[in-house]
Design a binder for this molecule. Structure first.
Ligand code: NOJ
Length: 561
């Protein structure tokens, strides 16, 4: 058993723009974060992953960085950041920063210099430049944020590649000088005392050098030529050798399109690359063949099948990250639970899943109070570049109706997760005294942290208990996972085992009551209820249990035959 702090940790993601505003300008900031650290300490989390706080023109809310070693003016100063780090460490909370190095902002000094001229320019090769082909873009790749992935640069007479927005030009990792600049920058932050990095789309950094056309499939976009590209492992091993191996830190790589087999290569203990990846397979359910915005029903079989595959795939080597939402995804309770009548029990059921599977749980701000998706009645009230570009193209080029497109935004749009954190029932949920950069979800009067902290039955109280249990019981961290009832339509059930310790998890994923029949292999002498989202008589036999809507129970079993 290889123990590590990052395996035992529970991570809390802060999206700073929407977390807490301290100065009334409507934008969250570092002093706002400092003011809420006691709240995080009370919750019990050990690591904060902070989405980007670097200087940025905010085309993509900070994921377009114009200076990697400066703090965004709206968020505060480097002195504020240093105080924030010290205050976190005082509370035994580690800090991992977002590392966004697949691309920079087009306002980064490197790009400003890179576009100045084609020849005799030491910065030209920091980015991916190509001449056009037959008076068109160099290839047919499509940007994640709609339209061509190439932008014509008038000044230097070539196209540059941008897998995301045209203000996010892709960096050229094949250039060793660029790589060294990034390693130096990472070292600078690590020397300031941070505890690791979350790495933005890090499996996109190595492109097939010929940049071939994507297939002819209507939804082909080019990803096959840069996701897990030809030199990705070489670059990550170099980064590890040059930087990460010198520090005891935590790393998690965001990796769209990664499979469990590939994840072993990224996270295997002898591979010297990363410690965890964020995989996306379970985020892709609920979509039709048309991609993310093409809504389709999902089944428990799909969700469980994917999570199970990853549990088994990384059982002995590598390590899972466990998440059901973040700043790019809709709210977990709206997507996989019920954000109406059963909001509280379903959020707790999903939390039970996240904290009892094997891996490191990641909580996204507001998840711990059961924040929900939002429905703004007009596209003008949305802010996210992905959403706005998609809306424009779908309604103009693809002839879709406003209603149809808004429906998919309600279900999948990233702004669902970006409405301000709901702190209390005062104006704007206590997020700001000014006008928030994006409107608050109107349900803040009933769903807010102040209420949740006071209520012993709240979702917040349940998270707190799960996190505390994890600190006391190694079986939650290191125990082996085994699946039961693998074909059940509405129950996900598994055990975790460590030595003599056997825990049984039973989750009803839907609102319809359902009977759980104990698998014969789990017959036992006595049992003890560890946690549940309902009142349960802990002495009750569990040979056959009538589970209530979204009921979750975790038992310790004694004397399993
Ligand atoms: C993934 C980030 O999580 C997302 O917010 C961003 O838009 C893209 N990468 C581009 O940086």
């Amino acid at each position: 058993m290889n123990k590590a702090f990052w395996k035992e940790a529970v991570v809390y993601q802060i999206y700073p723009r929407s977390f807490k505003d301290s100065n009334g300008d409507g934008v969250g900031d570092l002093r706002g974060i400092i003011s809420k650290l006691d709240y995080l300490q009370d919750l019990g989390v050990n690591v904060v992953w902070l989405s980007p706080v670097y200087q940025s023109p905010n085309d993509d809310n900070g994921y377009d960085i114009s200076h990697y070693q400066a703090i965004m003016d709206e968020f505060g100063t480097i002195a504020d950041w240093e105080e924030m780090l010290a205050e976190m460490h005082k509370r035994d909370i580690k800090l991992i920063m977002d590392l966004v190095v697949n691309h920079s902002s087009d306002e980064h000094d490197w790009f400003v210099k890179s576009r100045q001229s084609k020849d005799n320019n030491p910065y030209r090769d920091y980015y991916i430049w190509r001449p056009g082909k037959d008076d068109r873009e160099p290839n047919n790749w499509v940007s994640v944020f709609s339209g061509s992935a190439w932008e014509w640069d008038e000044q230097s007479g070539e196209y540059f590649l941008h897998v995301f927005s045209k203000k996010q030009p892709d960096l050229n990792w094949d250039n060793p000088k660029l790589r060294q600049e990034i390693y130096d920058m990472m070292t600078w932050w690590l020397d300031k005392g941070i505890d690791g990095f979350r790495m933005d789309v890090i499996n996109f950094i190595s492109k097939v050098p010929e940049l071939p056309d994507a297939g002819t499939d209507r939804y082909a976009w080019g990803g096959e030529y840069f996701m897990n590209g030809p030199r990705i492992h070489e670059y990550l091993q170099e980064m590890n050798r040059e930087v990460l191996s010198k520090y005891d830190v935590m790393t998690v790589g965001e990796m769209p399109g990664v499979t469990a087999d590939e994840a072993k290569l990224y996270t295997g203990k002898d591979r010297k690359e990363l410690q965890m990846v964020f995989q996306f397979e379970h985020m892709d359910i609920g979509s039709g063949t048309g991609g993310k915005w093409d809504l389709a029903p999902w089944t428990l079989g799909q969700l469980r099948g994917i999570l199970h595959k990853w549990q088994v795939g990384l059982a002995n080597d590598g390590w899972n990250s466990l998440y059901l939402n973040n700043h790019d995804q809709p709210r977990m309770v709206s997507r996989f639970g019920d954000d109406g009548e059963y909001r509280s029990v379903s959020a707790k059921m999903l939390a039970t899943l996240l904290h009892t599977l094997k891996g490191t749980p990641y909580i996204y701000q507001g998840e711990e109070i059961g924040m929900t998706n939002v429905k703004f009645d007009s596209i003008d009230r949305y802010k996210d570049i992905e959403t706005l570009n998609m809306y424009r193209d779908a309604t103009t080029q693809q002839g879709k109706s406003n209603e149809q497109v808004m429906e998919s935004i309600y279900v999948k749009g990233r702004d669902n997760a970006r409405t301000p954190m709901q702190w209390d029932a005062t104006d704007n949920g206590g997020f700001t005294t000014g006008t928030p950069w994006i409107e608050t979800n109107p349900n803040y009067s009933t769903i807010n942290a102040e209420q949740a902290v006071q209520d012993p039955q709240s979702i917040y109280a349940y998270y707190k208990e799960l996190i505390a249990l994890r600190k006391r019981h190694e079986v939650m961290v290191y125990g082996d996972y085994e699946l039961y009832l693998e074909d059940h339509d509405s129950i996900y059930s598994y055990t975790r085992k460590l030595g003599e310790e056997i825990w049984l998890v039973i989750l009803n994923f839907f609102k319809e009551p359902v009977t759980f029949d104990l698998p014969t292999q789990l017959s036992h002498d006595t049992r003890e209820l560890i946690i549940s989202n309902y009142e349960v008589d802990s002495a009750e036999s569990i040979a056959s249990v009538n589970l209530r809507p979204y009921e979750a129970r975790v038992y310790r079993l004694h004397g399993v035959q």
